[in-house]
Ligand binder design. Sequence first.
Ligand code: NAI
Length: 303
Amino acid sequence: MTEAIRFEDKVVIVTGAGGGLGRAHALAFARHGARVVVNDLGGSKAGEGASGTAAQQVVDEIVQAGGTAVANTDSVTDGEKIVQQAMDTFGRVDVVVNNAGILRDKTFHKMDDADWDLVYRVHVEGAYKVTRAAWTHLREQAYGRVIFTASTSGIYGNFGQSNYGMAKLGLYGLTRTLALEGRKQNILINAIAPTGGTRMTEGLIPPQVFEQLKPELVSPLVVYLASAQCQDTGGLYEVGGGWIGKVRWERSLGVGFDPRAGFEAEDVAAQWSRIGDFTDAAHPADNIEALREMMANLQKYAG
Ligand code: NAI
C-alpha cells in the first residue's frame, strides 16, 4: 500500500486561498495534517478592492473540521508579511503554494499599462515576493517545496490574455531556474497549469462542464508535489477534471548550416520544412543538453 502523505510537522502557505482552487488546496492540506496560512486579499476577479472575510471563512472551515489554520489578508505583493505571519504564528514555513491570481483580459490592441502591470504584479511579482521571503527559511532548514500556478493560456496562448499568458509562462521560467538553485538544499519546485470551475472561469466554461471541473480535483496533485515523498523538481503538470499530465519542451532535430561559409535567408527557406520537422524530436532537459546540437554543428565545420 502507498504510504500516507502527512504534514504534521509542516507549515504550508497557500496564497489566494479564500476561494476557488486555493481554498480547495488549503482544505486538502489541513486534512493531511498541515498547519495552514490561508492568505487572501479578498478583492474582485479583476484585482480591485479587499476584504478579510474570504480568508477567515476558509480558516473557520478548517478549524471546524479539526484542523489548524490562520488567516492572512495581505496582498502577495507584500509577500514578506505573509511569510512573517507564518513565522510568528507557527514558527516555520515548509511549503509555499503560489496560487493568488487575477484576470484583466483584453485584446492586445486595447491593452493599457495598468492592465499589463497589475497582472504582472499579482502573478509574477507576488509569487516572487512570497517565495523570496520564504526562500531564506527553506535554505536554512534545507527543506522546502514550492508550487507555482501557471496556465495553459501561458503554455499555448489564449485570445485576449497576452498579459496573463506572459505572467503565467514567466512562472514556469522561474520554476526551471529555482529547481536548479534549490536542489542542493532539498527545495523542490514545480508548476501546475490547472483547470477548475471557479469565479475566474465562470461564464467561460459551459455550465455542465463547469460543474464537473471541481477545484478539489486539482488539489491532490498540489498536495503530492508539496510532500516529502515527491522527489521531482522543475516539472510542469496540466491538471483538472480528475486528469493529470506532464508537459515538456520538444525540439526538432534541426538543421546545421556551415557557420564559416555563412548562409542566407534563402538557405533557411530551403530547409524550412526540415527545421520544423518533429520526427525523432529531442526533449532537452537542461541548458547543456539544449546547446549540444549547436556545439556539434560548430565542431562539424571547425578547421
Ligand atoms: P479565484 O479568483 O477563485 O481565486 C484567486 C484568489 O486569489 C481569489 O480568492 C483572490 O481574492 C486572490 N487574490 C487575488 N489577488 C490577490 C493578491 N494580490 N493577494 C492575495 N490574494 C489575491 O480563481 P481560481 O480559478 O481559483 O485561480 C487560482 C489560480 O489558478 C490563479 O493563479 C489562476 O490564474 C490559476 N488558474 C486557474 C484556472 C482555472 O481554470 N480556474 C486556469 C489556469 C490558471
